[in-house]
Design a protein around this ligand. Structure first.
Ligand code: HEM
Ligand SMILES: *[C@@H]1O[C@H](CO)[C@@H](O)[C@H](O)[C@H]1NC(C)=O
Ligand SMILES: *[C@@H]1O[C@H](CO)[C@@H](O)[C@H](O)[C@H]1NC(C)=O
Ligand SMILES: *[C@@H]1O[C@H](CO)[C@@H](O)[C@H](O)[C@H]1NC(C)=O
Length: 507
């Protein structure tokens, strides 16, 4: 009722009260309706606004007004950019101007993270530390054991002979990815029971967050209304999370102080690096939350989309298998002097990230001054969103964009110049897809994410044959999306899993 009042009656009142003579803003990106202070354009997102309803509104706006449109919230516009050239000019050519994040009314556990940090020395220090931790040599070891555990648990799920058992692997994927990042974040010694509780709390907190908040589109009083019913549960879950994570951190600190495992062979987990930075308790908890929140759902979702595509396209799965076999045998022969060719598995991962980016939009950016971007004036403090999914599926940039075709990324293909881990560095061409963003705020986890995905996918096709549940149909994988901050498969992947008997070939 209150929501109805806020979202319909108030805007109408304001519409009557305020005359719309804002002609000073004529060069702003097109806004669909007259600007309304306080409420902006939000009132046409009827019901509780969701990411899906926003996406639908934006699709219609882009169709009429082109790749740059704006919606008004309060006194600031929210600008949506769906063109890779303009995204390149903003994120790369004007990188320091666009490196800022809008502030929110409620940041919860994110409040001390890298993502919400003001562009400046604290952000830079924390981000450098995170990046150097992720580039460490210990990652490879943790990855090996996580991949082995993933294969083992799928083997027991697929114990059936011949036709193979039908499995729904999403939960096994999530478990493996969570285990991998938890080991990197907290070290490998954490008890299974604590990890299970941590996983549960992450799931609970994420389910209680109002997703549209990420776009900074919801005026504060509507946010209060949205959060009201879930507030107590959210606070309780966050408190439990805080207790659990400080407990894990203290155990790690004791280990260090007692000198347990502090020899050079001991890999340094993220918490170890944070302990060396002299941070407060809240900061450390927040940074650990961010680490797991930013890494697990994104990577799990990408993995599920990739495997869905490999079930759907048996020929590509076979080609990938052949390529893995070829690489394995050439590793033995011409060790070292092999010419660096893009492995097919990398092309498969890139093609899945192009067509099914886990994040359809970058995290919101803002500017620290008024700027002109192409013919558009972007006032200081505007909320600037970049439409990752539209760029990757744009038919001017990609031939038959809706077709899954990893070959685009192989030699001579239209995607050979694309490298997600340093998007933008080689000009706009390298930004034909930006699943990890570009510029100063680009995802610091991109390199690790690419490594994990390639490694897991390789092991998964090496050990198993992934076939459609109904092998007569061949196309029974539903690729419909469930829109959200992270866009997952609407129907979790189901597949028949056959354990391969010939995997000795690769040992
Ligand atoms: C497939 C996996 C992943 C995807 C698709 C992904 C995607 C993204 C995107 C789109 C952004 C926003 C970039 C921008 O606003 O310009 C981002 C930021 C970020 N990501 Fe990732 N990410 C992934 C994995 C990871 C991992 C593994 C980590 C760390 C362990 C991580 C940590 C972060 C952090 C800290 C930021 C904020 C950076 C800043 O504001 O300076 N991400 N990610
Ligand atoms: C596709 O990309 C081109 C070049 O970046 C851009 O001009 C065009 O508006 C985009 N199309 C859509 C539908 O976004
Ligand atoms: C988790 O990460 C997403 C971005 O991937 C962010 O929008 C969201 O606010 C984070 N959730 C919490 C509770 O911090
Ligand atoms: C984290 O930062 C501290 C201080 O800046 C630095 O000494 C340490 O080497 C960093 N950790 C890693 C793993 O790079």
């Amino acid at each position: 009722m209150l929501l109805l009042l806020c979202s319909i009656v108030l805007p109408l009142l304001l519409l009557i009260i305020i005359s719309n003579n804002h002609n000073g803003h004529s060069s702003l990106p097109r806004a669909p309706w007259p600007r309304l202070p306080l409420i902006g354009n939000l009132f046409f997102l009827h019901h509780t606004p969701t990411v899906a309803s926003l996406t639908e509104v934006l699709r219609r706006l882009h169709a009429v007004h082109g790749p740059v449109v704006s919606l008004w919230i309060g006194s600031k516009p929210a600008i949506f950019i769906a063109c890779h050239g303009i995204a390149h000019r903003a994120l790369v050519n004007m990188d320091t101007t666009f490196a800022h994040r809008p502030t929110s009314w409620y940041t919860g556990l994110n409040s001390h993270g890298v993502n919400s940090a003001t562009y400046g020395s604290r952000w830079s220090r924390l981000r450098r530390n995170l990046s150097s931790h992720l580039a460490g040599e210990h990652v490879a070891g943790v990855l090996r054991s996580s991949a082995n555990r993933l294969v083992k648990s799928l083997e027991s799920a697929a114990a059936g002979e011949h036709g193979g058992d039908v499995v729904t692997p999403s939960d096994t994927f999530r478990h493996a990815v969570f285990g991998f990042f938890a080991a990197l974040c907290f070290g490998e010694g954490v008890e299974e029971d604590k990890l299970r509780r941590l996983r549960g709390l992450h799931a609970e907190i994420i389910s209680l967050i109002v997703e549209l908040d990420a776009f900074h589109l919801v005026p504060v009083f509507v946010q209060v209304v949205c959060y009201f019913p879930r507030w107590r549960n959210l606070m309780r879950a966050q408190r439990s999370h805080h207790v659990l994570v400080t407990d894990i951190i203290s155990a790690r600190r004791r280990r260090r102080e007692e000198g347990v495992g502090c020899d050079v062979a001991e890999p340094r987990c993220y918490v170890d690096t944070l302990l060396g930075l002299g941070l407060g308790e809240d900061e450390m908890v927040s940074l650990c939350w961010e680490y797991m929140n930013a890494s697990v759902k994104t990577t799990t979702t990408a993995l599920e989309w990739i495997m869905a595509r490999l079930v759907l396209h048996q020929d590509i799965q076979q080609k990938l298998r052949d390529d893995i076999a070829r690489q394995a045998s050439s590793d033995h022969t011409t060790c070292g002097e092999r010419r660096r060719r893009r492995p097919f598995v990398e092309a498969v991962v890139l093609e899945a990230l192009r067509l099914h980016p886990p994040a359809h939009y970058l995290l919101a950016h803002t500017t620290d001054k008024d700027v002109t971007l192409d013919k558009h004036v972007i006032p200081k403090g505007s909320i600037v969103n970049f439409d990752v999914a539209s760029i990757g599926r744009n038919a001017t940039l990609w031939t038959e964009p809706s077709v899954f075709r990893p070959d685009r990324f192989m030699e001579g293909g239209e995607g050979t110049g694309v490298h997600c881990t340093n998007a933008g560095c080689g000009g706009p061409e390298t930004m034909k897809m930006i699943p990890f963003g570009a510029g100063r705020r680009a995802c610091p986890g991109a390199g690790v994410a690419m490594t994990v995905l390639q490694s897991f996918v390789e092991d998964l096709v090496r050990r198993f044959k992934w076939i459609p549940v109904d092998s007569n149909v061949g196309t029974d994988v539903d690729t419909t999306e469930k829109q959200g901050i992270i866009t997952e498969m609407r129907v979790p992947l189901q597949t028949r899993l056959v354990v391969r008997r010939d995997n000795l070939l690769f040992e």
